[in-house]
Design a protein around this ligand. Structure first.
Ligand SMILES: O=C(CO)COP(=O)(O)O
Length: 140
């Protein structure tokens, strides 16, 4: 399988469904220093809230239900993102559920680290691989 070189400064997409936004914002605020070392991306509303909370630049896509999840998926497939932190809501149906599934699926296909809850996000963010360049296996 081919590999790509993932940069030391990671391009991280951050996304949260509405019921999970408070939890995500508390999580990012407590990890500002770690997150500041990387380049941040987000769906429309999440990205705006994270940027305001941290006072850091966040590249914003469209809001998730309007296509933002699909835009992030496309970036993953184009090797323009290195990690996904996605606090999706397991307790409420989303109108754009196919997009949510497609985003998670494409993240798995392209073998990027994905965290869907706080504990995994902590493991991801504190991994030694987050601080250095490494080779990631990709499908093509
Ligand atoms: O719906 C989302 C992810 O599926 C998130 O979108 P917003 O960040 O625009 O709320």
């Amino acid at each position: 399988m081919p590999t790509v070189t993932v940069p030391a400064r990671k391009r991280i997409a951050i996304v949260a469904h509405d019921n999970k936004k408070p939890e995500l914002l508390t999580w990012v605020a407590a990890r500002r220093d770690l997150l500041a070392a990387h380049e941040l991306f987000g769906t429309g509303t999440t990205g705006k809230l994270v940027a305001e909370k941290l006072g850091l630049p966040v590249h914003r896509f469209l809001s998730g239900p309007l296509g933002g999840d699909q835009q992030i998926g496309a970036f993953i497939a184009e090797l323009k993102l290195d990690a996904l932190i996605f606090f999706w809501d397991p307790l409420e149906a989303q109108p754009h559920d196919p997009d949510v599934k497609a985003l998670i699926r494409v993240a798995v296909v392209w073998n990027i680290p994905v965290a869907c809850n706080e504990a995994t996000a902590d493991h991801l963010l504190t991994s030694p691989l987050m601080a250095k360049e490494y080779a990631r296996t990709v499908p093509v």
